[in-house]
Design a protein around this ligand. Sequence first.
Ligand code: EPU
Length: 338
Amino acid sequence: MSKIQHKYSLKKYNTFGIDVRAHSFVSISKEENLKLILAENKLPLFIISGGSNMLLTKDVEALVIHMNTKGIHAIDKDKNEVLVTAKAGENWHDFVQYCIQNNWGGLENLSLIPGCVGSAPIQNIGAYGVELKDCFVSCKAIHRNTLEEIHFDLNSCHFGYRDSIFKNDIKDQYIITEVTFRLTTKNHQLKTSYGAIENELADQKITSPDLADIANAVIAIRKSKLPDPTIIGNSGSFFKNPIVSKSLYETLIKKSPTLPHYPISDEAVKIPAGWLIDKAGLKGFSKGNAAVHDKQALVLVNKTGNATGKEILALAKFIQTKVETKYNIHLEMEVNVF
Ligand code: EPU
């Protein structure tokens, strides 16, 4: 049985490296223990796996369950595809690397995203033209109160841009215990159209890339602009890229002809939040122990390692106000604030 600890520091369990305490804490490495813990627990619950998409602003008055279950299991579906199931506690990047070593294609563009397999569907992680949903088959989850086990298939997850049913209709009701992906074993559909990947491959003089080449290009791009959370605390993109009306976009592009943008529909356009923050003059800006990363303005960092969650939140609110004043656009936080 897993040991429950009290007044436990969560500094090592969130990638911002914020030092708050959990009322109680337990690390689960066997799925059967999860049910035993849930059956006996009377406290509110707080689930953590990679801790890579959260900002902790105060002590967590709950039983914190750290999902640390491991295991990867593959079933050949046919000559071209494999179904791969990974347990929630598998480190995401290690899992992607394992897939590449086995020549299973689909997740290579999602290399080096911090976090674990179990939390990846919650915000439908995405990067460089690929989202988790593109390879997702199903996930298994346990209901926190009834302990009922359910499989959610692709349709029932309601995936959207950094969004899913787990953030909306059934928020905080289930714990994801494993995720199954459909990956290719041959004729891989490589996604190289994202500009930065093409440039990186060209720089490396690679003309017919394989899975590992794509992964290595993504790793090189990410390393060049995103801070390594094991060195400087951060949570990746802090805000979502806002989707604005066509008319607001047309006003903006008149003033700033180089504005990067991605059409979403006839009426809506997505604008990079990093560009807005950068052009508001805040790239590299710091306030106390918190700062805007100097190579990618969408990322907030725990600059000294001693930032409190409140300091980072204050910086985030300052950014929201500045961008709203300058561009009349509200930046929605991507990171979950507790
Ligand atoms: N830009 C600036 N200044 C900045 C940052 C960005 O001008 O400081 C401009 C860039 O020049 C580019 C545009 O904004 O023209 C977009 O920047 P980038 O390609 O770096 O991507 P992003 O939109 O800022 C999104 C994801 C990232 C993902 C990348 C690559 C969101 C919220 N973020 O960032 O995801 O890695 O695209 O696909 O959608 C994450 O979610 O944690 C994350 C890192």
